[in-house]
Design a binder for this molecule. Structure first.
Ligand SMILES: *Cc1c(COP(=O)(O)O)cnc(C)c1O
Length: 458
């Protein structure tokens, strides 16, 4: 007979499993030289790691060895200093280590009743972020899985607020709700609109890619009361461009339309004093997001979603069910009620621990490293024959071209760079032109690393 408690009881077997796994976690977290690695095709993986799910199990030793020797090397290390595509990840050692504790502690982050201690700690971080962004006392939010869910949750709260306002005013809802954003807004806005079955109206940014209030005002003139929210981007993913949030906010404030700021990548830069003017107007946001798994040095996956009026968001998001009444009838702060989710991991805790450990000044300095390095390598690109910038960098994204190269040239170069395990830089595109893009997040990404990569473009 199989002992039902075999996996849970403390025994030689379970103790050895825990020790081996934690030992591996310890070694990986402390790697001096992080391997970049690269994907394998499904056929090779099936050959190297066949039939792992069996009736009797393959045992912890074998499963862990498969992970360390086959599966992990078939994954890019997103914290490698040469990983410069998309948005890299650069979790602090403290945050990585603490993520293990979040699992080991079996804490539940959805309600105050169950997780008061962790909810308190997450709120400490959210309140600090809210005050950095200039939001008033009383604002608050929740850590959700990522920017996509954060944007969706914020827009659902915005539409709910618009509906409630119409009900109070005894005004009929429009046939189709509209969200206004820049043509440069992140794809997750269109995705949210599709889930919500609302229309996206894109307002044209200026030649530099920034959206301004006048373009938003024109969109509001055209679509009137059907508009339930305007999205401004605090750092586009492709270029790191910050919209003219101040002029957009003056339009939304005047017309009484919800302003959402998508700062998934870029809003972290506001923690650097000299960058604050670029983000003027954020303080008028009704909701905003910033992803700690991007530029706040937390592991996957965490998005901080903050509302000016959490009570309104709660009306939009609280799930009601008989078995939940004991929670939802209380006045406690329940993070589950602020987004599209119910059961939730206390995913803000790794950031809390790292922030509490190192202090905010360290965060400001580490973010600043990326901005300064981007500026410096942009100047180097401009100085080199055959290379040119597509745009001046504003945050820590640098987009540039190699004169005369086709997409096929870029792709072949990119493949070689990965094969040689030097870096991960995939071709991107701008206005139909293939380009290269460095997104700099990690403080371990050095000037020398970037120059080494530029040298391969000669
Ligand atoms: C990355 C990003 C998102 C999506 O965030 P995920 O965490 O990947 O879901 C949304 N908006 C912007 C501006 C982003 O950079």
């Amino acid at each position: 007979m199989t002992d039902p408690a075999r996996m849970h009881a403390i025994s030689h077997e379970t103790t050895a499993i825990v020790e081996d796994v934690l030992d591996y976690a310890r070694r990986r977290a402390l790697y001096e030289d992080i391997p970049l690695d690269k994907p394998l095709n499904p056929r090779d993986l099936a050959r190297l790691a066949p039939n792992t799910i069996t009736d009797r199990g393959i045992g912890a030793r074998r499963a862990a060895a498969l992970f360390e020797n086959v599966l992990a090397p078939a994954c890019l290390s997103t914290d490698h200093p040469g990983y410069l595509s998309f948005i890299p990840s650069a979790p602090s050692k403290a945050a990585v280590a603490f993520d293990v504790i979040v699992s080991a502690s079996s804490v539940y982050g959805g309600s105050w009743l169950e997780g008061a201690g962790v909810v308190y700690a997450e709120n400490e971080v959210l309140h600090w972020l809210a005050s950095e962004f200039g939001l008033p006392e009383g604002s608050g939010g929740v850590f959700v899985q990522g920017g996509t869910i954060g944007n969706l949750s914020a827009l659902v709260a915005a539409r709910d607020a618009a509906r409630r306002r119409n009900r109070v005013a005894e005004v009929a809802d429009p046939d189709r709700w509209v969200v206004v954003c820049s043509a440069e807004a992140h794809s997750s806005i269109a995705s949210a609109a599709s889930v919500m079955d609302v229309e996206v109206v894109t307002a044209a940014p200026d030649a530099g890619g920034r959206l301004h209030g006048d373009a938003v005002a024109a969109a509001l003139d055209a679509h009137g009361d059907a508009v339930f929210a305007v999205v401004a981007t605090g750092g586009t993913t492709n270029f790191g461009i910050v919209d003219d949030i101040a002029s957009i906010a003056s339009v939304t404030t005047e017309r009484g339309v919800w302003l959402h700021v998508d700062g998934a990548y870029g809003l972290a830069a506001m923690l650097v004093d000299r960058m604050r003017p670029a983000f003027e107007g954020v303080e008028f946001a009704d909701s905003l997001i910033v992803d700690p798994h991007k530029w706040l040095f937390a592991p996957f996956d965490a998005c901080a979603l903050i509302y000016r009026d959490p009570a309104g968001a709660r009306l939009a998001h609280t799930q009601h069910a008989e078995y939940l009444d004991t929670l939802t009838d209380s006045a406690d702060w329940n993070p589950s009620d602020l987004a599209i989710q119910l059961t939730r991991r206390a995913r803000g805790l790794p950031l809390w621990f790292s922030l509490a450990t190192h202090g905010t000044a360290q965060y400001r300095a580490t973010i600043d490293h990326g901005i300064r390095l981007a500026r410096r390598i942009a100047d180097e690109i401009e100085a080199r024959d055959g290379l040119s910038l597509v745009r001046e960098p504003q945050l820590s994204v640098v987009v540039f071209r190699r004169d005369g190269w086709t997409l096929a040239d870029y792709q072949a170069w990119s493949d070689r760079l990965l094969d040689d395990q030097v870096g991960f830089v995939v071709p991107s595109a701008h206005a139909g032109e293939p380009v290269l893009r460095f997104a700099i997040i990690s403080p371990l990404t050095t000037w020398e690393k970037l120059v080494e990569i530029l040298d391969t473009l000669a």
